[in-house]
Design a protein around this ligand. Sequence first.
Ligand SMILES: Nc1ncnc2c1ncn2[C@@H]1O[C@H](COP(=O)(O)OP(=O)(O)OP(=O)(O)O)[C@@H](O)[C@H]1O
Length: 229
Amino acid sequence: MIWDLCLQKTLRQGHSRFDVDLAFRSSAQRVVLFGPSGAGKTLTLKMVAGILAPDRGRIAVAGRVLLDSERGIHSSAQQRHLAYMFQDYALFPHLTVRQNVAFAVRRGLRNPAKDEAHEDVDRWLASFGLEAVAGHYPHQVSGGQRQRTALARALVSRPAALLLDEPFAALDKGLRQRLRDELKDLQAELQLPLLLITHDDDDVRHLAQDVVCLDAGRTVACNAALQSR
Ligand SMILES: Nc1ncnc2c1ncn2[C@@H]1O[C@H](COP(=O)(O)OP(=O)(O)OP(=O)(O)O)[C@@H](O)[C@H]1O
């Protein structure tokens, strides 16, 4: 089993509340989380990443138990060692492409120096074709290059799994297609478990080995979710 999730969480904001109560298991490496806006996809990813604590539940990824509230297991986000990529990539605007990638492997609390040598950083800059823009700042590179920088930053720390929240949402169709293929090749090469959120049917068709459909905080039959679109 690669993904084994059972999560319960109640969120309250003023008078409104949102309940997550879901469970899914999958032996596929590439799983897509699919569902309408507000279904609870990002919340689910955050709970897997360890940046939001469920009220109760169990999370195991590739046989590693990251959380089991019954057994008192609550590993921190750092201990989980999963890479999480946000919808807007969340690059640091004051750091160059190279420094952004190196940030994930920095020693201590200081930002990495602009020209600090690091073999893994160079490897990922090269494999994503970012060498020419390594000294540029995020606002000086294209959307695709920003996306690749964020992906390189996620991968450079050699995570145990990759969690991506709508990684291609800000890109045009051509670029989206290209980066989707690159991601698929990369995942296959590294054999990295991948949990990806998308709204795009093409992402589902091309990337998903398994699809988990969410609606109102629960897992639902995927046929129903696809038909209601
Ligand atoms: N901190 C919070 N407190 C209260 N409610 C929240 C909180 N964060 C999210 N929610 C609510 O939980 C629901 C699910 O949010 P979530 O971000 O997981 O949706 P999503 O499926 O990722 O949507 P989208 O596709 O639009 O990104 C939403 O109704 C949202 O308003």
